[in-house]
Design a protein around this ligand. Structure first.
Ligand code: KG4
Ligand code: ZN
Length: 349
């Protein structure tokens, strides 16, 4: 099927055309306007989506060399995400689906991140453990099969990406913080400060990064301006090491518990160079398979939404046009309760 994917859950407006698992185009417009606020401002983000969704959509079709009327199905993120942002993509998708009389399916954003791996690694087969780490989520998911998920652990407070962004703000190095901390940490000493690692008990696969963020804030508040400027790289490296250590230890514990030797990464933080480097070494030592998408498919993009939607649409599973945005949509058994198997499009009018 020729699928049009649309993603507007946070601060990236993206449209993509995917055919039989191959990306024909994947246009991502990142809203740089939020950098001056040090974080995403939801109302501004929705208005930006409104302005850019149609040009982004047209560019995706043009790059793919596909006229709109050739599109056979639409996949769009319905949640989780910012409600105003989700609604822009959802409304646009419904309008196109209704006008063309083609099926459309609402896709869970976290599941789409996992599917980014199937785009680039067609040989990847479940079961595996997936560590989904983004600006809004840190989740260990047991992927029994495509569409069959079990949450093994998740964050109790801040997500990994959120911690990177907040620490970048404390160090006053810009937004989004993850890539900047990553870059800065390369020149820093990871052993400069021993920041706490929150394991939440031996058995737990949950994450907590707010204590670490507070530890960095307290450390920074005690430094003179000169000392802070001189040691930003060292603080960034020490903070990053604390996050990476916890992510790796819990992922390995999850592999053991699930009885699988395949670890898959997904989400924006999966771009982190130190995480990849350390995990590659662990994978060789402990003999497990490690798989992650290329950097541009880790962060939010519509190709991952399209390929996930393709999986459902090709089974005849589609959403009804009454589908609404669900800001706290969960992945797992309840994720697809909104789907209407084999039900045709009903007119909202
Ligand atoms: O998956 P994503 O694009 O959006 C959400 O679904 O949230 O992830 C964005 C997050 C941001 O918090 C960003 O700072 C983080 O991913 N990120 C990174 C890196 N690149 C992006 N974090 C650490 N290291 C990176 N290289
Ligand atoms: Zn995301």
């Amino acid at each position: 099927m020729l699928i049009l994917g649309i993603e507007t859950s946070c601060d990236e407006t993206s449209a993509s055309v995917v055919k039989s698992g191959k990306i024909l185009s994947n246009i991502v417009y990142s809203q740089l306007i939020h950098s001056k606020f040090g974080g995403v401002v939801p109302e501004i983000a929705s208005r930006q989506h409104l302005k850019t969704i149609l040009p982004v959509l047209e560019e995706a079709l043009s790059q793919a060399g596909t006229p709109l009327k050739k599109v056979e199905g639409i996949a769009v993120t319905y949640g989780p995400g910012l409600v105003g942002c989700l609604l822009i993509g959802l409304s646009c998708s419904k309008a196109v689906a209704y006008a063309l009389r083609i099926p459309f399916v609402g896709v869970n954003h976290i599941e789409a991140h996992i599917f980014a791996n199937f785009l680039e690694h067609p040989g990847l087969k479940p079961p595996f453990v997936c560590l989904v780490i983004s600006g809004g989520h840190s989740i260990l998911v047991y992927v029994k099969d495509k569409g069959d998920y079990q949450i093994m652990g998740q964050t109790r407070d801040d997500a990994a990406g959120e911690a990177f962004d907040k620490v970048a703000k404390l160090l006053d190095i810009g937004y989004p913080g993850g890539p900047l901390v990553d870059k800065m940490a390369k020149k820093g000493n990871k052993d400069f400060v021993k920041f706490p690692r929150a394991y939440l008990g031996k058995e737990s696969l949950d994450f907590s990064f707010s204590g670490l963020k507070t530890a960095v804030a307290i450390y920074v508040s005690k430094l003179s301006k000169t000392k802070l400027v001189r040691n930003k790289k060292n603080i960034a490296a020490s903070f990053q090491e604390a996050v990476v250590d916890v992510l790796i230890d819990k992922s390995i514990r999850a592999l053991n518990l699930a009885g699988t030797d395949k670890l898959v990464l997904a989400g924006g933080v999966a771009r982190n160079s130190r995480l990849r480097e350390k995990l590659e070494i662990k994978a060789k030592d402990l003999k497990f398979d490690l798989c992650y998408p290329s950097p541009e498919l880790c962060t939010d993009n519509a190709a991952m939404v399209a390929v996930c939607g393709d999986f459902y649409l090709s089974k005849g599973i589609k959403s009804d046009l009454s589908l609404s945005a669900i800001p706290y949509a969960k992945i797992g058994s309840m994720a697809y309760s909104h789907l209407a198997p084999k039900v045709g499009i009903t007119s909202p009018l």
